[in-house]
Design a protein around this ligand. Structure first.
Ligand code: CP
Length: 310
């Protein structure tokens, strides 16, 4: 196939063929990342700006490094110290930055849908680096890449996404990607953290962590997003949540021998996952981060190519 999309906004709108195309392109960049000289001239003369209106460590640094490895010029924009603080809107800011000759904007924003609004108002390529509680497509792509690399396939595997599904853009993008590629997906957590009618996305709902541990080939543990809760407690206490849903070494030992553990980060150590599991032999957490670089190099190269041709 030929990649024709100028923007990467969400996995809901991508076909299985498009997702596989990105993963295959990432394979070649993974190889590049193992060379002594990790830089390729794919985007010489192009400019990529990271516009981060929300905090980030992994995604921000990974996109910056990916752009530099592709030999693009990179710019970093965050709310602090800019005219956003004087009341300038996101779109006015973006149009001003675009006027300086930017080819790709990578946007993280707290408002669901912000990347779609940006894409409709600029002529450069737009990549969604996480919008509100909606989508985080490159996180899901790197998760898919990591599962495929570790297990050789995605179709037919049972993947449990555990924890704060209701507030999680990572969960939503993973559900779209995993179901399109033929995985069985189980969302696991207390009723208060599972969105109503989530089954319509093609997933099973499970409130019993021990059942999920026995059933799953991969467990993707999500952080409880305390900052997104509107003053209501979704469970009686952290102690109770840990008892029911935390992935401890004892619980993990009752799963399949080849059960793998993932987490998008940042990790609340000792809440959703115990430190010995996060750092243990079944954990793919740092492999996810490493693979994110190759996946984001693939995405930036593909969208920049379409933007240049149109
Ligand atoms: N996984 C993820 O999006 O992490 P950051 O918020 O640090 O980018």
């Amino acid at each position: 196939m030929q990649w024709t999309r100028r923007h990467l906004l969400g996995l809901e709108e991508l076909s299985a063929e498009e997702i596989n195309f990105i993963l295959e392109r990432a394979d070649s960049f993974k190889e590049v990342c193992t060379r002594p000289n990790k830089k390729v001239p794919a985007l010489v003369g192009r400019t990529i700006v990271n516009m981060f209106f929300e905090n980030s460590t992994r995604t921000n640094i990974s996109f910056q490094l990916a752009a530099r490895r592709l030999s693009a010029d990179t710019l970093m924009f965050s709310k602090a110290g800019t005219s956003i603080a004087k009341g300038e809107t996101m779109l006015d800011t973006a149009r001003n930055i675009e006027a300086m000759g930017v080819d790709v904007m990578v946007l993280r924003h707290g408002a669901s849908g912000a990347p779609w609004k940006l894409a409709a108002n600029v002529s450069c390529a737009v990549v969604n680096a996480g919008d509100g509680q909606h989508e985080h497509p490159t996180q899901a792509l790197l998760d898919l890449y990591t599962i495929r690399e570790a297990r050789g396939r995605i179709a037919g595997l049972t993947v449990g996404i555990v924890g704060d599904i209701a507030h999680s853009r990572v969960a939503r993008s993973n559900i779209w990607g995993l179901t399109k590629l033929g995985a069985r997906v189980m969302v696991v957590g207390p009723t208060t953290l599972i969105p109503r009618e989530v089954e319509k996305m093609g997933v099973e709902v499970c409130h019993d962590m021990d059942h999920a541990v026995r059933e799953c080939d991969v467990l993707n543990m999500l952080r409880i997003q305390f900052e997104r809760q509107d003053g209501t407690n979704p469970f009686p206490s952290i102690r109770e949540y840990k008892q029911m849903f935390s992935l401890t070494a004892e619980r993990l030992a009752r799963g399949k021998p080849d059960l793998l553990v993932m987490h998008p980060g940042p990790v609340n150590r000792g809440i959703e996952i115990s430190p010995e599991v996060a750092d243990g032999p079944k954990s793919l957490i740092l492999r996810q981060v490493a693979n994110g670089l190759a996946v984001r190099m693939a995405v930036l190269q593909m969208v920049a190519g379409v933007a240049a041709a149109s």
